[in-house]
Ligand binder design. Structure first.
Ligand code: HEM
Ligand SMILES: *[C@@H]1O[C@H](CO)[C@@H](O)[C@H](O)[C@H]1NC(C)=O
Ligand SMILES: *[C@@H]1O[C@H](CO)[C@@H](O)[C@H](O)[C@H]1NC(C)=O
Ligand SMILES: CC(=O)N[C@H]1CO[C@H](CO)[C@@H](O)[C@@H]1O
Length: 328
């Protein structure tokens, strides 16, 4: 008898942990203006700098792929403790000051309520819509994590093959089709020459450019990037979608189908027999791309999230630092 009481008690304790999940309009009652506050900042920033769409898409990806969407990508390193920002792939993630601005406004409106992980998710959604991408609802209720470790950053690299990259997506519960549609985020933004310069003059030691790249594009990019043995002083960048670099559309798939993928993984996606048919499908289906992209973003935004009263999470006061141990 006593044992079953303890059992039921334990169950009651566990229930909120187990059933807590992301919900649409999670802040309806606790911070009704939350989504509006995020949207307003993003609208203002986008007016001056339409590249923030790319910044947030990449930030959200890097957040979700390292220990789940928990705002770990936002933590600043200190003199004693490194963070994800010290990891090489993270060093070109940008947009942190916009998160700070949003957080400050949210802390004024409803202190301690809206997580940094949700800010990144909502800001990404809003900046995608402004770049003429899909308009979609995202569920919220993420908690911020308590760990940001550069050694855990193992996002796929630009020279990965499709099957290598897929491995890291399936580890997160994503499919090949999810990967093809999420890489469609490369419809906006830029890449530093360092990530693809090897394709322009001495591909894999052949002394020749990558034969899968359109020769006219090789010429253009070579002028921008220089060669490996003689790089320009500062690492320049090139648009990932050379046709419509500020619009979230399916043009990326048309680009890569005509040899205009910038990084090796982009080009491989159009050539690998496993992904090729998805690529031609999205290249040909403007609306299908918009719908699938929105769905995949929601899916990516749900990877390994912390919710409810999970002790592994908190609502950070400052997105760059964990709360002091005395407060949750
Ligand atoms: C196999 C998977 C992926 C690889 C290897 C990869 C690699 C890269 C690399 C190397 C860059 C260049 C960064 C720079 O030079 O600043 C980049 C840029 C970018 N990536 Fe990816 N990426 C992948 C998947 C994704 C996903 C899933 C998203 C979002 C859903 C994404 C969004 C972006 C965006 C928007 C940029 C442009 C960033 C900017 O303009 O600052 N990527 N990616
Ligand atoms: C918040 O409000 C919206 C719109 O009325 C509704 O669809 C959603 O289910 C609500 N969410 C919660 C968690 O109450
Ligand atoms: C696009 O779709 C049309 C009609 O469905 C089809 O005839 C055409 O071959 C497709 N093109 C590509 C590139 O898949
Ligand atoms: C954008 C950003 O914060 N980049 C950081 C990446 O990591 C290096 C090394 O810690 C920092 O100097 C950069 O500021």
């Amino acid at each position: 008898m006593k044992n079953s009481f303890i059992f039921v008690g334990l169950l009651l304790l566990l229930v909120p942990l187990v059933t807590a999940q992301l919900r649409f309009g999670f802040y309806n009652s606790t911070c009704p203006r939350a989504e509006q506050i995020v949207r307003k900042v993003i609208q203002q920033r986008f007016k001056n700098d339409p590249t923030i769409t790319a910044a947030f898409l990449r930030m959200h990806f890097h957040d979700c792929f390292v220990r789940g969407c928990d705002g770990s990508v936002l933590i600043d390193p200190t003199s004693t403790t490194p963070s994800e920002k010290d990891a090489v792939p993270n060093q070109t993630v940008r947009g942190f000051n916009i998160v700070d601005e949003i957080k400050k406004k949210l802390e004024t409106a409803c202190p301690g309520i809206v997580s940094c992980a949700d800010i990144v998710t909502l800001a990404t959604r809003d900046s995608v819509a402004l770049a003429r991408g899909p308009v979609y609802a995202v569920p919220t209720g993420r908690l911020d994590g308590l760990i940001s470790d550069p050694n855990l950053v193992d996002v796929p690299g630009p020279t990965f093959s499709v099957s290598e990259a897929l491995q890291s997506f399936t580890e997160k519960g994503l499919t090949l089709m999810d990967m093809v549609i999420l890489l469609g985020a490369h419809t906006v933004g830029h890449a530093h020459c360092d990530f693809f310069r090897d394709r322009l003059s001495n591909f894999q030691g052949t002394g020749q450019p990558d034969p899968t790249m359109d020769p006219a594009l090789v010429k253009t990019l070579f002028k921008v990037c220089g060669t490996q043995s003689l790089p320009f002083k500062k690492d320049p960048t090139a648009f990932l979608d050379q046709t419509t670099p500020f619009i979230v559309d399916n043009q990326y798939y048309n680009d890569i189908r005509s040899g205009k993928g910038i990084m090796q993984i982009d080009q491989e996606l159009a050539l690998d027999p496993s992904s090729e048919s998805f690529v031609s499908g999205f290249a040909n289906d403007t609306l299908g791309f918009q719908r699938s992209f929105a769905d995949a973003m929601v899916k990516m935004g749900s990877i390994q999230v912390l919710t409810g009263n999970d002790p592994a999470g908190q609502i950070r006061k400052n997105c760059r630092v964990f709360n002091p141990p005395t407060q949750r």
